[in-house]
Design a protein around this ligand. Sequence first.
Ligand code: GDP
Length: 406
Amino acid sequence: MRIKTFEAPTLQDALEKARQELGEDAVVLNTRYVKPSGLLGIRGTPKVELTAAVQSEEPVLAKTNELASRSNNGVVNSTSSGSEDGLLSSADSCAQQISSETAAGHKAVDCSGLGKASSEIEVIKWELKRLGLIVENLLSARTSAVPHMLMSEHTAHASALVRAGVEAEVAYKHLADLVHLEDSDLLARALASKLECFIRPFDCSRSRVVAMVGPTGSGKTTTLAKLAAKWSIERGKDVALVTVDTYRIGAVDQLRTYARIMGVPLEVAFSPADLAAAIHKHAARDLVLIDTVGRSHRSEEHLRELKTFLDAVESIETHLVVSAALSPEVQYEVVEKFSIFSPTCLIITKLDEVSSYGVLVNLPFRSGLPISCTTSGQNVPNDLSIADARDIAAAVVGRIPAEAVR
Ligand code: GDP
């Protein structure tokens, strides 16, 4: 990608400069009026500064030479009177001029011979494209509270990252050097390297006691069963399950059924002391997974009560389970409410219920918490993925809506 800033007395002149140097595919990233220099701006004339970018690294001279030779070979009918052809033939004659003058060693190129009307159409086309991108970006960012300044500086270009569901605020604040990438492979690779520090793959070698916390219905019990199956059946580890979920009728039975099928022990804790005893009982196990009470995350009393349970266990890792299907506002509320548990990781569930995977970037960057695993379906144990930066980046970029791909 080439990004260049052009200065000219008027916007039209700046656009013309950008078009000549970067070609027709260039996109305007930003425009600003520069005050004249000198005391109170009395001396000098105001200027327009325009920043534009083009995806291709191909020098525009090669393109202009190509245009010139196409014209010479008669591929484009330079005598055509149609308006589009008229524009093309103007461009071609300009290209020929650039080509021959550059060959003759001249640096300055005067394209002022282009018809005034056609250059005005060009300005309108550029402006329409720019406005379209602004609207697109605003729509993508409608759920985020993007600071006004930030938006006004950057809305000229709805980047692929934003189209992939990454909130504009996250994109421009934390991933600013990625917002101009349009090539999917490049973007996925760059995003993967940014995500590395937000990935903490689930692994029982760090902590052998892991608790799941999160709102009711977020998928804690199901995810716990998936993890237990993966570690006990696939990896041959010694796993035990403990539940402090004594509030929901049937919740213990659900876990008991999973435990029986997998052949792993299940303990039910009715008090913090019970929980500590259960952990002690399974001290020799490779992994002890704790399921927690399912009640509203808005009940502070419940959250404090649950905390007294988990505080009874030493060396515990707490994973916050958040459903991708919740609105971003509720997801952030969940992160805030459960911060009393100082979770070490996020588990993002129900990816099969959403069309964009932006949450896999938004939530870690906003919360500062890494992802340990994700789930995308109700099947135990299959619909579970241990977090991997490259897989997540590819999945996020792979969800850019087809109609939005340029
Ligand atoms: P808990 O209250 O947090 O323990 O949530 P559960 O594990 O009981 O899950 C609540 C519901 O969500 C159940 O119907 C699960 O089958 C379902 N569920 C769990 N994980 C997923 C997932 O990744 N995708 C979908 N679509 N449903 C899920």
